[in-house]
Design a protein around this ligand. Structure first.
Ligand SMILES: Nc1nc2c(ncn2[C@@H]2O[C@H](COP(=O)(O)OP(=O)(O)OP(=O)(O)O)[C@@H](O)[C@H]2O)c(=O)[nH]1
Ligand SMILES: [Mg+2]
Length: 259
C-alpha cells in the first residue's frame, strides 16, 4: 500500500452513511455531528488525518470474517474455506469530509486452537466487529463471549461495536426475518449496531464498511476536539458515552464556526 497515493474515488465519504436498522444503531442522526463537520471544514481535526484506526473482526470459525474483508478490500469471493491462522490484516484508506482516514482491519481466527494467538492482537481497537452466520443460531449465541473476550483488552466506554450477520444469500426471507428478530435483540443488549451482509453477492458490504469508517472517524474527531478543548481550558472533560447526550451537549455549546 502506498500511503502517498491518492485515496480511491470510491472511498470518499462526503455524507454520513445511514444505519441498516434504527432499532439497533449506534446513532440515528442523519448527518455528521455539527462539531465534526465544522472542524473538518477548518482542518482542525488534530491527529485524526494521520492516525490509523484499528478495527478487529471476531466471531466463530467459518462465519465469513475473511470473506467479508476480502469482498470489501479486494472485491473477491472464495467459496473454499481456508481457516485464518492467528491473524491477518488489511489497510483501507478513506477520505471523510475531506480528511484522510485509514482503517486497519484485523481479521482474527475463529478456530479455538488459534484463539490464543489472535487474542493478543485485540488491544487498542477503536471498533469491534462481531460476526455470526445468519443461518446458524449457535454462532449468534457465541457472539456475547467473543465480545466479552475482545472487550477485556479494550476500553468498553470508547470502543464502537458492530454485530454483523453474514451469508444473507443463504437464508429465505422468512428464515431471515426470524433470525433478524433475535439478532436485533442481541445487538441491543450489546449496544452494538446491527448489519446483515452477503460477501457472495456483496449485499450491504460496502454500506457496512462505510458506516464503520464514518462512525469511527466521527468518534475520533470528537475525542480530539474534547482533548484540545480540555487542554485549552486546563480542565478535564469527560466524554459521555451516550451518543445522544454528546450531540445534545455539543449543540448547546454552539460551536463558534457553525450556525
Ligand atoms: N454463501 C455464502 N458463503 C459464504 C459467505 N461468506 C463466507 N462464505 C463461505 O464460508 C466459508 C468460511 O468463510 P471464511 O471467510 O473463511 O470464514 P472465517 O470466519 O474467516 O473463518 P476462520 O478464519 O476459520 O475464523 C467459506 O467457504 C466461504 O466461501 C457468504 O456471504 N455467502
Ligand atoms: Mg478467516
Amino acid at each position: 500500500m502506498n500511503i502517498l497515493a491518492p485515496v480511491r474515488r470510491d472511498r470518499v465519504l462526503a455524507e454520513l452513511p445511514q444505519c441498516l436498522r434504527k432499532e439497533a444503531a449506534l446513532h440515528v442522526h442523519k448527518d455528521f455531528h455539527p462539531r465534526v463537520t465544522c472542524a473538518c471544514q477548518e482542518h482542525r481535526t488534530g491527529t485524526v488525518g494521520f492516525k490509523i484506526s484499528k478495527i478487529i473482526v471476531v466471531g466463530d470459525l467459518s462465519v465469513g470474517k475473511t470473506c467479508l474483508i476480502n469482498r470489501f478490500c479486494k472485491d473477491t469471493f472464495d467459496k473454499n474455506y481456508k481457516a485464518t491462522i492467528g491473524v491477518d490484516f488489511e489497510m483501507e484508506r478513506f477520505e471523510v469530509l475531506g480528511i484522510p482516514f485509514s482503517l486497519q482491519l484485523w481479521d482474527t481466527a475463529g478456530q479455538e486452537r488459534f484463539k490464543c494467538i489472535a487474542s493478543t492482537y485485540y488491544r487498542g481497537a477503536q471498533a469491534i466487529i462481531v460476526v455470526f452466520n445468519l443461518n446458524d443460531v449457535a454462532s449468534l449465541e457465541h457472539t456475547k463471549q467473543w465480545l466479552a473476550d475482545a472487550l477485556k483488552e479494550n476500553d468498553p466506554s470508547s470502543v464502537l461495536l458492530f454485530l454483523v450477520g453474514s451469508k444473507k444469500d443463504l437464508s429465505t426471507p422468512a428464515q431471515y426475518a426470524l433470525m433478524e428478530k433475535d439478532a436485533l435483540q442481541v445487538a441491543q443488549e450489546m449496544k452494538a449496531e446491527y448489519w446483515a451482509v452477503s460477501s457472495l453477492t456483496g449485499e450491504n458490504v460496502r454500506e457496512f464498511f462505510f458506516r464503520v469508517a464514518a462512525l469511527t472517524f466521527e468518534a475520533n474527531v470528537l475525542a480530539e476536539l474534547e482533548k484540545s478543548g480540555a487542554r485549552r481550558i486546563g480542565d478535564v472533560v469527560r466524554i459521555n458515552s451516550d451518543d445522544s447526550n454528546l450531540y445534545l451537549t455539543a449543540s448547546k455549546k454552539k460551536p463558534t464556526c457553525c450556525p
